[in-house]
Design a protein around this ligand. Sequence first.
Ligand code: GLU
Ligand code: ZN
Length: 320
Amino acid sequence: MPEIVRGRYAPSPTGTLHMGNLRTALLAWLFARSVSGEFILRIEDLDQPRMKPHATKQMIQDLQWLGLDWDEGPEGGPYAPYIQSERLEIYQNYLQQLQAAGLVYPCYCSRAEIQQAAAHLPPGIDGGARYPGTCRQLSDKQRRQYERQGRHPALRLRVADELTITFTDLLLGSQQQQVQQAVGDFILRRADGIFAYQLAVVVDDALMHLNQIVRGADLLSSTARQIVLYQLLGFPIPTFAHVPLIHNSQGQKLSKRIQSEGLVPLQVSNYTAAEVVGLLAHSCGLRDTPTEITAAQLADHYRQQPVTLLCDQLRTGSCT
Ligand code: GLU
Ligand code: ZN
């Protein structure tokens, strides 16, 4: 019997969900529900200083208002808790597993020092500086020196020099990344003690048995790093679909105001959820017209179609 699809939406409560976030949520939900799969909501609130009070509650209300539902989430489920700030011990355990394998080292560099050290190197992915490996071979003496200066280290994963990760994105096709060239040894725990997104997301997606990761295309460049961690931790690798973001400059199908603000202005103007879902579905090429349709109707529609239709339409439809 084929494995049941388990998908998720994993927002960070840093503010209001804007239309781009809501479209990603709708698509992630649709990818799961259109094949009668399960859907999970996880709250990614590790970076506590960036979190806004009440944002989680508001996000949940907005998703529910749109007609999206989930089988497991902050309310509970078999792999609870689904709130990252309540899972720190779990991340610590997996970090220790990597440490025990000799794959982790402390890095005392400041951001400015990394930029300086990488200045003569080609830039990494997304234009950022790749970590040039400064602290890879620090002696115990050098480490003690840094510690005496009161520096707190970040913890980095030692990435094999020649490691190239390939995977097939359901929408974007074959992808390849040489991880050292793209980012270098990457951070698992920041100097301020906060676990890195890359580690937490892999541990959670694996422990929650998620096998289908649908998220915004801004995270495409992270996927190779995550696959490195899946492999090192011995977890099965899920399928990935990175969906288009809403770009302000070319968003003809959704007005500027609608894009950048959340649901509130639409609700104030008496839009119904079906009208908003219709707009979102139209904006990414799933529907020819922006006419109203509920999320449930949209899922029903795709359940009766070949499973590839959703991907095909997203790939070929003019997405704004
Ligand atoms: N929490 C991340 C964000 O809000 C998404 C993580 C993911 O989907 O992998 O951007
Ligand atoms: Zn360093």
